[in-house]
Design a protein around this ligand. Structure first.
Ligand SMILES: *Cc1c(COP(=O)(O)O)cnc(C)c1O
Length: 501
């Protein structure tokens, strides 16, 4: 039996291991203490499953080696703009693995899972408090999923009032691609508005598209340039004035915690990215959670079930009276329905809850203050190295143009790939779309001054290389396990196993 169980190691000469040897095993099963059962009918058995035969040590080394081929926030700096790749405290993992959380089954009766429901309820309450909303649903599984949920809520609100003509969603040109994608998925029409010279939404353009067919505006604040919307009250007045609602893309909430509440700033609905702001590990597509918070007028439309705390001795409580059951799963009155199976991504909810409880209100404020300070410090260190997109005080991230004046042939992608050789994960490339050669940098609050200094020094050194030896950059990375990849093809047609020689 021949199995594909090879690995290509880093270095100039690829080393290929074929680890499988007939008869080797990585498990030791105990002696049978029951009669041996007969095998099923031969027609049901397969002999074409080419499983590798390896020892436990081979197996261990294979997976540990593979894990070392990946970059991770636990290995080094990961300044991916907009994605908030902060350190994920390991106490979150310990909490998520507690058997009472990890081993519950979604079909268990509410009696048996009161602790889990309490955690969900307290998380709902904390998210309401920190963002200034009247209601929260924990159902959505990601930011983009929260966006779709939020837009469906806005549409349901208009439809419930008999206002059927509101089919357009306004999206600024600095928005994340998920905003227009969400609008399309919800069956609504995208109306793009430009940004002005200071990076704010262009008010005149906004005014010209505002009207009675507008369902709402999707606004990211601070926006993806890392800039706080300076004319927010005017934007709110305009949209609300023409009968629309304002959706907040909460992916950048890391800049605001404990400082400003989106609900009080006038946002009607917002998604949280628990996997960004509230420190649960993400990357490579998941897992995540994108709870949605809403203002009073939208509470009845939230997707359910949501968790309600109901003490039956309290007046007005309409839940079933039952000994020891205080937390109930309820469906909001005019709910848009379920947007996910069961109760959301529960393990992610436990991690976010643990993070919030460990830091407390003061701690969350300090997170945002440090995130903003770190971004502005790093931006200042890069002065004279790469030009920043806007000369303003930034929030938790900033965008530079990835072009060294002395080396016009070197592009943002070359700089990013060369950073890998210096031991740094590249920033976000070519986004937001309105900045040419964009490099979007979000250092996060968890990085030290030394790390930020080293990153700035690397970008300065790469600038010198760009001038003296641009080919070095065009061919980077030189030290990574793989060189330049066709990233689109790698995502669309992934090759997940060893293909031989
Ligand atoms: C990450 C992000 C999203 C989408 O969130 P996911 O959880 O990745 O689906 C939306 N908007 C902005 C600004 C983001 O950074």
């Amino acid at each position: 039996m021949k199995a594909d169980f090879g690995i290509r190691c880093s270095g100039a000469e690829p080393v290929i291991y074929e680890l499988s040897k007939p008869g080797r095993m990585a498990t030791t099963l105990p002696q049978l203490d029951v009669p041996q059962a007969a095998l099923p009918d031969a027609a049901l058995l397969r002999d074409d499953v080419d499983l590798p035969e390896v020892s436990e040590l081979d197996l261990m080394r294979h997976y540990v080696r593979m894990s070392q081929l990946n970059w991770a926030v636990d290995i080094g700096f990961y300044p991916l703009g907009s994605c908030t790749m902060k350190y994920n405290p390991k106490v979150n993992e310990a909490a998520a693995r507690l058997p009472g959380f990890a081993r519950t089954h979604p079909y268990q009766d509410v009696h048996a899972v009161q602790g889990n429901l309490r955690l969900m309820h307290e998380l709902q309450e904390m998210l309401k408090e920190v963002a200034g909303f009247a209601g929260v649903s924990l159902q959505p599984s990601a930011g983009a999923h929260g966006e779709l949920t939020g837009v469906l809520i806005m549409r349901a609100y208009h439809v419930a009032r008999g206002d059927m003509q509101r089919t357009r969603i306004i999206v600024p040109d600095s928005a994340h691609g998920t905003n227009p994608a969400t609008t399309n998925m919800a069956g609504l029409e995208v109306v793009e508005v430009p940004s002005d010279a200071r990076g704010n939404v262009d008010l005149a353009a906004l005014e010209s598209v505002c009207g009675e067919t507008v369902c709402g505006l999707m606004l990211t604040n601070p926006n993806t340039l890392g800039l706080f919307e300076e004319q927010l009250p005017a934007v709110m007045e305009l949209i609300h004035g023409c009968g629309g609602l304002v959706y907040g893309d909460g992916a950048n909430f890391n800049a605001l915690m404990g400082i400003a509440k989106p609900g009080e700033l006038g946002f009607d609905v917002m998604h949280f990215n628990l996997h960004k702001t509230f420190s649960t590990p993400h990357g490579g597509g998941g897992p995540g959670a994108g709870p949605v918070g809403v203002a009073e007028l939208l509470v009845p439309f939230l997707p359910g079930p949501v968790v309600a705390l109901c003490r039956c001795e309290e007046a007005g409580c309409d839940c079933q009276e039952e000994e020891g059951v205080h937390y109930h799963l309820v469906m909001p009155e005019q709910s848009i329905g379920r947007v996910r199976s069961f109760y959301g991504n529960f393990g992610v909810l436990v991690r976010a809850y643990t993070y919030m409880r460990a830091l407390g209100a003061e701690g969350l404020r300090e997170v945002s203050e440090m995130a903003v300070l770190n971004a502005n410090y790093l931006k200042t260190r890069l002065a004279g190295v790469l030009p920043v997109s806007h000369q303003r005080t930034h929030m938790h991230e900033f965008v530079v143009k990835g072009i060294y004046p002395s080396a016009p042939d070197v592009h943002a992608l070359d700089i990013s790939k060369r950073l890998i050789d210096y031991g740094f994960h590249p920033p976000t490339n070519y986004f937001p779309l309105i900045v040419p050669e964009a490099l979007m940098i979000e250092p996060t609050e968890t990085e030290s001054k030394e790390t930020l200094d080293a990153f700035a020094a690397a970008l300065r050194a790469i600038g010198e290389e760009a001038r003296d030896d641009p080919e070095l950059l065009h061919e980077a990375p030189h030290t990574a396990p793989v060189r330049r990849l066709d990233e689109v093809r790698a995502a669309r047609e992934p090759i997940l196993r060893w293909q031989g020689g």
